[in-house]
Each structure stands twice: as C-alpha cells, then as structure tokens.
Write a protein of this length. Sequence first.
Length: 577
Amino acid sequence: MIEVENAIIDAIHRKIQEIYGENIGDIQLDEPPSLELGDYSTNISFRLARILRKPPKVIAEELGEVLKSENIPYVSDVRAVNGYINFFLDYRMYSRDGIDRILKERENFGKGKKKGKKVILEHTSANPNGPLHIGHGRNAIIGDSLGRILEFIGYDVETHYYVNDMGRQEAVVVFGLERFEIDRDKKPDHAIGEIYIKANRLLEENPQLEKEIGKIMKEYEESLEGKENSPIVEKFQWAVNYALEGIRKTLDNLNIEHDIFVWESEYVRNGMVKEVIRRLMKTGKVIKEDVYKLDLSDFGIEKKLVLMRLDGTTLYSTRDIAYHLDKMSRCDIGINVLGADHKLTANIVNVSLKLLNSKTPKVIFYEFISLPEGSMSTRRGRFVSLDELFEEARKRATEEVKRRGIAKDEKEIKEIGHKIAVGAVRYNIVRVSPEKPMVFKWEEALDFEKVGCPVIQYAHARCCRILEHVREMDKVEDRDPKELFNYEMKDQEKVLIKTLLKFPKILEISGESLKPQTLAHYMLDVAQRFNSFYGNCPILKEKNEDILYSRLKVVESTKIVIENGLGLLGIECPGKM
C-alpha cells in the first residue's frame, strides 16, 4: 500500500514536537463520511487542548497551517474544521501510482516480506469417530483461512490436525467394529459414525459391557509402549485411517488441507507423556488423593488435573500437554482454533506449559452454529454433517446457475455451481466473528444481491466480462501509466481506488489480530464499491479513450484484488456468473 497514513501520522508527530515540544503518543486517523470533508481526519487537537490549555479549534488551525507546507506524499490539501484536521488526497497521483503497483504485482499484491517466524496452527482436530458436523466446519474454515493469510503476509506456516486416536470414543469404535459389519458402500467417515452410534446403543442397553472399553484402552496403550504393532494397534490404526479418509474428502471439497496429521498415540509411543508426568510431579503442585493430581488453584483453576488413572493409563489432558510441549518447541508462535467449550481445558494446558517453562499457544475460541434440531451429538447421531451442508449448498447453487442461464454446458454448470457453493459455505461462516454464535442461513449464504459471497464472485465475473469485451473490441491501445487519470475523477472511482489500495493493510490487520473475518468484510466492501463505480462511471460506453483506459485499469485492479482476497479465504472465482 502507498503509505499515506503513516506519512500523515509522522508529519503530525514531527510538527507537534517542533511547535509544542510534546510527544503525544499514538495518533489515529479516521475517514470522514464523505470526500467533501477529506480523505483522512484526526482529532488530535482535542487531546492537545487538555495539555496546552488552548481551544482545540486554535490548535487545529495552527497545526493545519504548518502541515500544509510539509509536502506529505499524495496529500494535496490540509484544512482545519471545528477542531479537526482534515487531509485531502491528490487522487490523480495517488491513483496512478497505486493502480500501477497493483497491475505490476498482480497475484503478489498485498504479499508481505518474510518475517522469519514459524507458526504452527492447529485446527479441525475432530475425533475420527464419524463425519465432520457444521461446528467442525466452522473450526476448519476459520483455521484454514487464517493459515492462508498468515503465510501470505510473510509467516512460515505449518498446519496441524491433532488426531485423537486414544480416547474412549475411539475405543468404542474398535469395540463396535468387532460386533457390527461396516457398510463399505458409505463414505468411510459416515460408515465409522454408524458403527459408533450402534456401539453406544449396545453399551447403553448393556452397561456391564463398559468394562470391555476399559480393557481395550488399556491394551492399546500397553501395546504402544511395547513399540511393536500388535493386533489391537492395527485395529485402532485401521479405524482411524478409514475415518480420516472420509474426513479428508470433506475438507478437500471445501479447499482445506493440513500439512501434518499428528497422532496423539505418538506421544505415548515415544515416552513424552511419561516424561511430562515426571516433570509435573516435580513442580510442587501435585497432591495425592486416590490418584496423583495437579493442583492449579493458585492459578484460579479449581479443577484438579489427574495425571494418570489407577490402572496406569494416561489421560487426554496429559497427552495434550505432551503434544503442546513438542509443538511449542518447534515454532515461534502456536495458534489453536477451539470450540468455546474447551476454554477450561485450554487454560489447564497453558498453565501446565508455563509450569514446564514452555511457550503457550494463542487460542481462537469459536461459538457453535445453532441448529433447529438442537444440540449436536455424534454419539446419538443427532447432527447436521458438513457433507450434508455442502451438498445442499451445491444443489442450490447449481439450480441458481441454471435459473440465471449463467452456463449451458452441464460440466460448466457443475463447476460454477461447485465454486459458488464453496464460497457460500466458507464465506458465510468466516465473515461472522468466532466469539459470536451463528445460525447458518441459506438466504444469506447464497445471496447474490447484498451480503453473500456470490455478490463478490459476481463483481469479479463482471470485471472479467468487461475486460473480455474490450479484448474483442480491440480498440484500446496500451498507454503509459503516467497518462492515467488526467481528468476530473468521480467520487465513486476515487472511493473504489482508495478501497483497493487498503488491501495490504487489511491483510496485515487480519493476520496479526488473528481475525480472518476482517478480510471477509473488506471483500464485500470491495464488491459493493465496485458496483457503485460500475453504476456511476461509464466504461464501455465512454467516448474519451483516456477515461476509458483509466477505468479499465481500475476494473483490472479490482479483478486482481478480488481474486487475491477470496483466494486467501479458500474461495475460487468462477469468472462467469
């Protein structure tokens, strides 16, 4: 981005120091509601008034006058209005340089320099005992979008799926596979989920069978410690891998990939879990009741952490600490995406890591997507799978493609429908702040007019159509960028250009604050500003070729920013809508 804002802030700091001998600290710039009031504004005079005991209006006039002569890059005028200092851009120069940069950098526009820091980002990590539900989908979409953004702005990102293969839930699956035939015609994760549901029903009807689950868990852990694979290890591995085969297909449909699948059992196999328990025992925070427990009451956590069961088997919590200890030793920054119901567990893990002198991960907590069917439960089979959600999105998107006559060829209809469906699901989920509960609404997800991803994809398709039409006309010659924007620009094109040039800053904010929704909101803003530009600034009907060429470059720049931005949200542009 052309660093206009930084240049303005630096100039204000410098002049305040020169005139008043004050270091005022952070200065924020606001954007006035209309271009008539300027492009940027600051209320710094009101803060100075308390220090200098002078009216804000007087201070604003004094500062505004000296800032006029500062030759701030791309600033054409500075005005004091009612105590505020307003800055006006030289849009001809600003637009020439800014649009030229977008067109030169293209797919690299907004890309940050290498930061030399490694990030390990863990997301999804659903138990491999059935298909992903839409709550898992929110986790995966937030995590994948954030990973893409962080990598683009310069971090070395490694994404993890932590595979919980050792808990009671997976033991129930193994128990069920010994008693029920798996349906090979079903998608693998759904078939495993069916076995899990049947096994749980059997256990509810026959409580005495519960001890079988304990035996399976103990045998599996003891076999892992024996280093060599035994029949029970092979059963667990087959069940987990079979479920993951289906889960990967679900994620692939939504353009989501993980770099590494880390198995929980590896930390038992390599002895790290026992090492963690040994080290925690030395912290002075362990008490002995029926078993050894870690007392974290000094940290405001009343729940005690059981380090090991009476039968000698380990717990998920200690295995999770071992994984995090290993993970945090391999990165500069760790990030976890977790459901809001994991807050206590995450707090226990982080406190335990501090006791072990380890770095702790940052955590993004998300609320669940509410459903009319009630709470989701894999055990009882009462949930909406991510597959069902996506298939319904694909069906509705394909019907809309046919209704609008977007394509005639059946293959093309399916391809466009698929891309619209991915955009509908991913965008509608990522645009909502994770800490807010959400209801997935079809009328918003597939909205072509106001708030859905199709609005953004349609703006991109309109850019493609305009540029294709110009190529067919073959009448606009290429011009030197310095010749652009030599006319009285309309407000709508000024606003669009200014919005496009915010892209690098938006990415930096979105990544550093771990808020992919910031980018999502910005993308809709780009589409809406483009639509306003398209409706108010003639392009193909423009007779003046200087204006036509300039506006075509704005269209091309919009196309680039939408492609880059949606790509970082894991969404493709159909190019035709």
